[in-house]
Design a protein around this ligand. Structure first.
Ligand SMILES: [Zn+2]
Length: 473
């Protein structure tokens, strides 16, 4: 039976859908603080019925009833990705949990496979954090033609979200204008489908968006003129953003989510001022250093996530995401939202960063300056690139040239040399930078090709991190 036709489900989802997105501006800071305290109490009390947390709380001598609000969160133990992996499935739900659950899985960039339980409460109570991205851009989520281009393989977050919410909503005629398309369809096919549907909003991976922009440049997708593009799944670098904005002439924003954060909800998203707002009525974020010390505002560290809604498997002080962030705990933005923010956005994943021998760490987006070289030379003849760090002193940059632009503008050799020069300047002379043309860049079967591939050994990474710690103190 369609779960949305049951009043038990339809009423709460309608409520969350209508009222949660506006909470961020409707609530005063005091009321929001009370709301967050209450949400945390509810989540912790529920977690105390889940064997995984029962064991963790007992080991840390924490009584769930002593957690009164966010100010007490430091009493709770951290939970790691490894612990989540080991606890699954037996310990991750309360004994005799009655709601139907689904399992969502993520490969993750480090290759450790994480599976966790989600259910209708996670989908429904998190929906406001996804819808908010639209309403903040003055788009009506019920009438806007919206396409989600993602990974709909069974068990992936997009597919689970589709099964739990979007497919039932569609068949109950609650939404008529939402479509799902596979990011792994051949790009010309995808473009044709998009051209026919004419979405106003596109949610998609940055790499796929970049491919679509290249097709648009070649004259395809004539009727595809979205008013907002939301990039998700990985961070949109400035080069890709420029290519996409140039072709689609509409705002392109980053939305930041994770499988652990819930299947519907954005943890943070960019407003039109370019500020990354945290959905703090859905999540509480902290940052920690390598020794698990909690860092203050403005200090860069690994993200720690607490999900303030939903049942199934709760997520409390979870350290398993690899992203680096620097928090500002209270920012009154000119866009009208007052929230914590991620200063400078999400700095990409550790395994996707470039390290230099003198201890500097460049997140993918800030190292890759291929666009800078192209802008200087006044050309767009590189359609894709990838940076491979073979060792601390050896970095390789692969460029794919656009065949139709090959013979115009500066020569391929000039572009290669300029790309090399710009990156050499960044790393200093001790690093060997080799740039070469490749016919194509291969992507994993169910993911877009990564911008950075790091082949640093664990020892080299550790050494580099030690250097970094020394140079920043
Ligand atoms: Zn803002």
């Amino acid at each position: 039976m369609n779960p949305l036709l049951s009043p038990r489900n339809l009423f709460p989802i309608g409520y969350h859908y209508l009222f949660d997105p506006g909470r961020v501006t409707r609530y005063s800071p005091q009321r929001m603080a009370r709301y967050r305290d209450k949400a945390l109490r509810r989540v912790v009390r529920y977690a105390a019925t889940v064997p995984f947390y029962q064991e963790k709380f007992a080991a840390a001598h924490v009584d769930a009833s002593t957690i009164h609000g966010i100010a007490d969160i430091g009493k709770l133990p951290f939970s790691s990705k490894e612990e989540f992996v080991h606890g699954f499935p037996d310990k991750m739900l309360p004994k005799g949990y009655r709601r139907p659950t689904m399992v969502v899985s993520t490969g993750g960039s480090t290759g450790k496979h994480l599976s966790m339980f989600v259910d209708f409460t996670v989908a429904a109570e998190g929906i406001g954090a996804g819808v908010r991205v639209l309403t903040r851009h003055n788009l009506n989520p019920r009438t806007t033609r919206f396409v989600s281009i993602g990974n709909f393989q069974p068990g992936k977050p997009d597919a689970v979200s589709s099964d739990l919410l979007h497919a039932p909503a569609q068949s109950a005629h609650l939404t008529r204008n939402a479509r799902e398309m596979s990011a792994f369809a051949p790009i010309p096919e995808l473009m044709a489908e998009l051209d026919a549907f004419r979405p106003q909003v596109i949610l998609c991976y940055p790499a796929t968006l970049q491919h679509l922009a290249m097709m648009k440049k070649k004259g395809m997708g004539e009727h595809l003129n979205p008013s907002l593009i939301i990039s998700g799944g990985s961070v949109l670098d400035s080069y890709a953003r420029k290519v996409i904005v140039d072709e689609f002439h509409c705002p392109v924003i980053n939305s930041y989510g994770s499988t652990e954060g819930g299947i519907e909800a954005a943890i943070a998203f960019e407003c039109l001022e370019g500020i990354w707002h945290v959905n703090h009525d859905f999540f509480h974020l902290e940052t920690i250093d390598a020794d698990h010390n909690v860092l203050s505002d403005g200090e860069r560290g690994r993200i720690v996530l607490t999900r303030l809604y939903g049942k199934a498997t709760p997520v409390i002080r979870y350290t398993g995401m690899e992203d680096w962030i620097s928090l500002c705990s209270d920012y009154d933005c000119s866009c009208g939202m007052r929230t914590p923010t991620l200063q400078g956005g999400v700095e990409g994943r550790l395994s996707n960063s470039i390290f230099t021998p003198d201890g500097r760490v460049y997140p993918a987006a800030s190292f890759a300056d291929v666009h800078l070289a192209l802008m200087k030379l006044g050309t767009q003849k590189v359609s894709q690139f990838q940076i491979i760090q073979n060792s601390l002193n050896d970095i390789e940059i692969d460029l794919v040239f656009d065949e139709s632009l090959r013979s115009s503008g500066p020569s391929v050799e000039t572009v290669i040399e300029e790309v090399r020069r710009i990156h050499q300047e960044k790393t200093g002379p001790t690093v060997k930078i080799s740039v070469k043309e490749v016919p194509s860049i291969s992507a994993p079967t169910n993911k877009p090709a990564p911008l950075i591939i790091s082949r640093l050994s664990a020892q080299e990474l550790e050494k580099a991190l030690q250097n970094e710690a020394q140079s920043s103190h």
